[in-house]
Each structure stands twice: as C-alpha cells, then as structure tokens.
Design a protein around this ligand. Structure first.
Ligand code: AMP
Length: 115
C-alpha cells in the first residue's frame, strides 16, 4: 500500500491542521504557508491524486465543493469582493501534494498571469 499523503493524515487526524469546514464529503483547512491573507485548502475526503484522476462518478463531489463548501467559505471569510480558486496539477502545474485540493486565495488583489 502506498504511503498516506499529508492531507490524508490531516483527514485521519494524524497531523494537526486549522480546520475551517468539515462535512462527510470534504474538509477545508488553512494553508500552512499562506500566499494571501486568506489561503484555505479545500479537499475531498475521497483519495483522488489530482484533477487528471477525476471520473464522471466524482461529479457530485465537485458540485458539492462549488455549491456548498465554497459559498460557505466565501461568506465566512468575507470574500464577496472576489477570490481565486486554483488547482495545480502535476509537476509542471506545481502540484506538490498528490491529494486533489483547491487553493482558495483572497483578501488581496490577485495579479495575472500567475508565475
Ligand atoms: P500544491 O503545491 O498545489 O500541491 O499545494 C500544496 C499546498 O499544501 C501548499 O500550499 C502547502 O503550503 C500546503 N501544505 C502542505 N502541508 C500542509 C499542512 N500540513 N497543513 C496545511 N497546508 C499544508
């Protein structure tokens, strides 16, 4: 069996995190190395390595993130003025943790293009 990712360890409460949302499908917690005043990671509890491992059966999970978790966090962290939701995929995408996650960044103006 392959080793647990750090995010799976957070789900299993083997590693502490500053958790800001949890339900049966998802977990959201503050990024340990924030790149903006608000930097939250939203992850599914289901172990999916990255966006290129998603399948049609994950449609409900993705919808849940966008329509339940995200609006909750936008309200809770006062991001109605705008925010950025980022998913890095693979080596060239800058992904370092191979458990699907969405970076929710806000609290400052976001430049474009990203680095
Ligand atoms: P990525 O590079 O897109 O895979 O993003 C991984 C993110 O996880 C980075 O922004 C890290 O700062 C963050 N991270 C790594 N370990 C932890 C941890 N134990 N708690 C919170 N965030 C973490």
């Amino acid at each position: 069996m392959s080793e647990k990712t750090i995010f799976k360890k957070i789900i299993d409460r083997e590693v502490p995190a500053d958790i800001v949302f949890e339900d049966e499908i998802c977990l959201a917690f503050k990024d340990v190395n924030p790149q903006a005043p608000v930097h939250i990671l939203i992850i599914p509890k289901k172990e999916i390595a990255s966006t290129d491992k998603l399948s049609a059966e994950d449609a409900e999970l993705l919808c849940h993130i966008y329509t339940v978790v995200l609006p909750y966090l936008v309200s809770e962290f006062a991001l109605s003025g705008g925010y950025r939701l980022v998913t890095n995929c693979g080596n060239n995408g800058g992904q370092t943790v191979y458990h699907l996650h969405f970076h929710l960044l806000g609290g400052r103006f976001m430049g474009w293009p990203p680095g």
